[in-house]
Design a protein around this ligand. Structure first.
Ligand code: NAP
Length: 294
């Protein structure tokens, strides 16, 4: 199996490096060419001239780009290089309907499609510790196991195309709640004058311990919000969740509140920062005496 990766962002770069370690990586492509050339040079693989050239050179194409429209644009740009028997594995976080649309588009030329969004953050991508939630044909999923093994610690087949993205929506609602809880509690701790390194260590060892607290707690209390996972991208995910909830006739408090907070931060120019930049908002509550509405 030879694999190509499209999208050398925070996530795609780690995936490409781990596919290379497993001897599976054939080529990379990125919209901004410098990033693809740097990785291709480092790993000694091809930097494809365009998505179609990458698709033509590879049996399996892993895509990891930002938003729904970007995934569909990349599918179109690959079209002339795709042929029956090839498989596209999209690891971006997008709407269920967009995944189905991509699958239908590719099926017309006999190309298989799996929606395979991930959890585990930039660190998980770098360390080959991602968790994949996968929708699509079960046999195709089985066939691609070596690629999933190279990039992650687990890959679970959730059902038909779109069920990976539906599972990821569950994850993203939970991430919003965890971000709210961790940023709020740590802003409270810092305002109380506690030694925050000790607080993070102690709390991490107890029942409230979690990945986000351990990975982003130390940086947020030191005013560092390097992504990680861009706040603007989580806002995109929660907008997808809100649409799914609308269809159920439900508005969830954590989703609505987090969208509102992210929009405030994006308007202030923090959309490219890590989602832990929500800490800025919480800190402000303590500065202003919580006089503004939630
Ligand atoms: P990122 O660092 O911002 O990288 C985005 C990548 O997408 C870049 O390579 C960018 O190319 C490419 N891109 C964007 N629009 C494009 C288009 N129209 N055509 C071609 N390429 C395009 O984002 P990321 O953090 O890697 O996230 C990628 C996806 O994974 C998103 O759907 C995100 O929600 C999801 N995700 C992220 C994390 C995380 O912790 N970061 C975790 C799980 C899932 P340029 O370099 O040219 O801009």
């Amino acid at each position: 199996m030879n694999v190509g990766v499209i999208g050398m962002g925070a996530m795609g770069t780690g995936m490409a490096r781990n596919l290379h370690k497993a001897g599976l990586l054939q080529a990379v492509w990125n919209r901004t060419p410098d990033k693809a050339q740097a990785i291709a040079g480092e790993l000694g693989v091809e930097a494809a001239a365009d998505p179609a050239a990458l698709a033509s050179a590879c049996d399996v194409i892993v895509t990891c780009v930002s938003r729904d429209e970007d995934v569909l644009a990349v599918m179109d740009a690959m079209a002339s290089g795709l042929a029956s028997g090839k498989t596209v594995v999209d690891t971006s976080t997008i709407a269920v309907d967009t995944a189905k649309q991509a699958a239908a588009k590719l099926a017309t030329s006999g190309v298989e499609f799996l929606d395979a969004p991930v959890s585990g953050g930039k660190e998980g991508a770098q360390n080959g510790q991602l968790v994949f939630m996968v929708g699509g044909d079960a046999d195709v999923f089985q066939r691609l196991q070596p690629a999933f093994d190279a990039m992650g610690k687990s890959a679970t087949h959730m059902g038909e195309v779109g069920s990976g993205q539906a599972t990821k929506a569950v994850n993203q609602i939970m991430v919003a709640g965890i971000n709210q809880a961790v940023t709020e509690a740590l802003a409270f701790g810092q305002t109380s004058g506690l030694d925050m390194d000790k607080v993070i260590e102690v709390v991490s060892g107890g029942a409230a311990g979690n990945w986000f607290l351990q990975m982003r707690g130390p940086t947020m209390v030191n005013d560092t919000f390097e992504p990680g996972f861009k706040l603007g991208l989580h806002h995109k995910d929660l907008t997808i969740c809100r649409q799914m909830l609308d269809n159920m006739g439900v508005a969830l408090p954590v989703v609505e509140m987090t969208l509102k907070h992210y929009e405030r931060l994006m308007e202030a120019g923090y959309g490219e920062e890590d989602i832990s930049a929500l800490y800025r908002d919480k800190r402000e509550l303590f500065r202003t005496g919580n006089k503004r509405s939630l």
